[in-house]
Design a protein around this ligand. Structure first.
Ligand code: ADP
Ligand code: MG
Length: 272
């Protein structure tokens, strides 16, 4: 497979050769000329128009842009919760036509079941898959260990801080071993200090699991902290303005000149 791509890229122009992904039909995530229009009696909103990019397997890609530029719509379309009005999303070459256990989702508003313990929340997807008994318990233990919540297995969501709830959300999403982790402003409602900690933990988990991560945020510094590449969106209609590579070693320091340059560049693209 790599050999085929090598041959094809040998004779290509500098422009396409520098585009490390997006050409392959079998990219982990391929968003192809995607459009989404919401029609109601009162108004029509073109939430996405001609959105086109690809994500490699194991890559960490952030999607940033101002409020209303269609980030959540894009996220929901990749998740299979919304259907496109034009174009399509393909995962490893397969067209998305609904939700699936190949994608784990984490939302800003946690979405935990308040009547279930931490362990029971993490077990949810495994129950849906019909995994039972000791196998399920072992998988839940493994996930709680991964997010550092072993001691809170029997606690209820209301007993947890925001950061801990979000760790449960991540453990639940990863329990069924999805190929792709989809996150929509997951740390939007935790304080700055907790957010920094969660960034470190998420990067550790990403390193340990090798998942492909798509992470939506309106916070440019958060995107530069986390991503291999940042898809910068613009509004009205929602579209991709540019895809920015972040070739900086991790962990990244906000005080580094190179970090600040990336933030400035992306802010300028957004028009902040
Ligand atoms: P973001 O997440 O970047 O803030 P959204 O995807 O939530 O953007 O919204 C993009 C645009 O689509 C906005 O103008 C929003 O009002 C509109 N929109 C989002 N969801 C719906 C919906 N279910 N029905 C109608 N319009 C919607
Ligand atoms: Mg949103």
């Amino acid at each position: 497979m790599a050999g085929v791509n090598d041959v094809r890229e040998e004779g290509s122009t500098a422009d396409t050769a520098s585009d490390t992904s997006g050409t392959s039909d079998t990219a982990a995530v391929r968003v192809a000329d995607l459009g989404k229009r919401y029609d109601s009696d009162r108004q029509t909103v073109q939430a996405l128009s001609g959105v086109d990019f690809a994500v490699d397997e194991g890559e960490f890609v952030c999607i940033v842009g101002p409020s209303g530029c269609g980030k959540t719509t894009l996220f929901r379309t990749i998740a299979g919760l919304e259907s496109p009005t034009s174009g399509e999303v393909r995962l490893s070459g397969e067209r998305v036509d609904g939700p699936g256990t190949d994608r784990g989702m984490v939302f800003q508003e946690y979405g935990l079941f308040p009547w279930r313990t931490v362990a029971e929340n993490v077990a949810f997807g495994l129950e849906q898959q019909g995994l039972g008994g000791e196998e399920r318990r072992a998988r839940v233990r493994e996930m709680l260990d991964l997010v550092g919540l072993t001691e809170f297995a029997d606690a209820y969501p209301k007993e947890l801080s925001g950061g801990m709830k979000q760790r449960v959300g991540i453990a639940r999403a990863l329990a069924v071993d999805p190929d792709i982790l989809l996150m929509d402003e997951p740390f939007g409602s935790v304080d700055a200090q907790t957010r920094d900690m969660l960034h470190g933990e998420l990067l550790d988990i990403w390193g340990a699991t090798g998942k492909t991560v798509l992470f939506v945020t309106h916070d440019v510094e958060e995107a530069v902290t986390l991503a291999d590449r940042v898809v910068v969106m613009a509004a009205n209609p929602g579209q991709v303005r540019e895809v920015v590579s972040v070739d900086l070693d991790r962990p990244r320091e906000r005080t580094d000149a190179a970090f600040a340059e990336h933030v400035e560049r992306i802010r300028a693209l957004i028009g902040e």
